[in-house]
Write a protein that binds this ligand. Structure first.
Ligand code: UT7
Length: 326
């Protein structure tokens, strides 16, 4: 089997910063509560002209420039998002047109916050099998447009942004070493946003206000997250023939510093092996891991040959992780 991995990274976040102090003016909350319970200090909010598609396009262009790959060489585009501009056309098709990837197949992937990791694993299968030569995987979200701004339990958590990775053949022994994907639909009601008005038959439960809004049972998702982050990391490492001691850097889904801390304790790794930027961006769902990986690369933390793990959890419920030698 061909060795395939990430050969370029890019990200885009909106300029507008919404701090915890700004949120104190919107809902009954405090910087102290948000910081101690989540680790988030601020998040980005898309301007009127910015959408999931426009941010995906910017992140894609940066990833292609980083990989030194022209759009004409991309033959597969996968966009992971739960906040597309349209049900159809797909975000991926709009990116394909905007960047001029004239020979690319394109589709969206809806796996909640887990979408980017699912997308990378899917793209690697295409390139490994010869079904594609070069793929773009993008996570892009405008969650601030679906949160219920009167619900302090959720509106303080989420932010907007996009991240992208170019997937292509790499030297033998590098690239994707193993992965673990999973789902448990019985937990679907714990984290959801309806797509059509008919889904909002019970306005008390959904908080329906004329547009789709996000509902979450935070406590239950928290317990699930702590468990699957550690279990999925170990499962992917086992499939890679590696142990936790071989890992140089872990990219956990950036949802809550307490979830990341708890998962690190379960794995027995120190926090200096875990990349964290949840303080700056909050939870950007499918965009959180590529934004983090791009930041790490720009800070010189993704060295040649280093072993990284990306691990995520989210709506579905779902979880996913991959192990990659850079
Ligand atoms: O990407 C996947 C998405 N999901 C997640 O990652 C979320 C996972 N869950 C979590 O991160 C946490 O469960 C939350 C951050 C959502 C909540 O933290 P918690 O420590 O589990 O708090 P809680 O829900 O148990 O609430 C504790 C108290 C409650 O007040 P009472 O009932 O004890 O009086 C809440 O009403 O904190 C209150 N509260 C707040 N207070 C100030 C809830 N939200 C806020 C807020 N500001 N924003």
């Amino acid at each position: 089997m061909k060795s395939v991995g990430i050969v370029g990274l890019g990200s885009y976040v909106p300029e507008r910063v919404l701090t915890n102090f700004d949120l104190e003016k919107l809902v009954d909350t405090s910087d102290e509560w948000i910081t101690t319970r989540t680790g988030i200090k601020e998040r980005r909010v898309a301007a009127a002209h910015e959408t999931t598609t426009t941010m995906a396009i910017e992140a894609a262009k940066m990833a292609l420039a980083d990989a030194n790959v022209p759009p004409s060489e991309v033959d597969l585009i996968i966009v992971a998002t739960v906040t597309p501009d349209y049900f159809f056309p797909s975000t991926a098709c709009q990116v394909q047109h905007a960047i001029g990837a004239s020979k690319a197949a394109a589709f969206d992937l809806l796996v909640g916050c887990t979408g980017f990791v699912y997308g990378v694993v899917t793209a690697c299968q295409f390139v490994q099998s010869g079904g594609a030569n070069c793929a773009l995987v993008i996570g892009s979200e405008t969650l601030t447009r679906i949160v219920d701004w009167s619900d302090r339990k959720t509106c303080v958590l989420f932010g907007d942004g996009a991240g992208a990775a170019v997937i292509a053949p790499v030297p033998e022994g590098r690239g994707l070493l193993g992965f673990d994907l999973g789902s448990d639909g019985s937990g679907g009601p714990l984290l959801k946003a309806g797509a059509l008005q008919s889904c909002y038959a019970n306005p008390l439960e959904s908080g329906f206000s004329g547009r789709p809004t996000l509902f979450m049972n935070g406590n239950e998702v928290f317990k699930f997250a702590v468990r699957v982050m550690a279990e999925s990391t170990l499962a992917a490492l086992q499939k890679s023939g590696l142990t936790i001691g071989d890992v140089d850097l872990i990219f956990p889904h950036q949802a809550n510093i307490r979830i990341i801390d708890a998962a690190a304790r379960r794995l027995g790794v120190s926090m200096d092996k875990i990349f964290v930027n949840v303080d700056k961006y909050g939870n950007t769902s499918a965009a959180s891991i590529p934004i983090a990986m791009d930041e790490a690369k720009r800070n010189g933390l993704l060295r040649e040959g280093s072993v990284v793990v990306a691990v995520s959890f989210g709506a579905g419920l779902s979880w996913a992780s991959f192990v990659m030698r850079m």
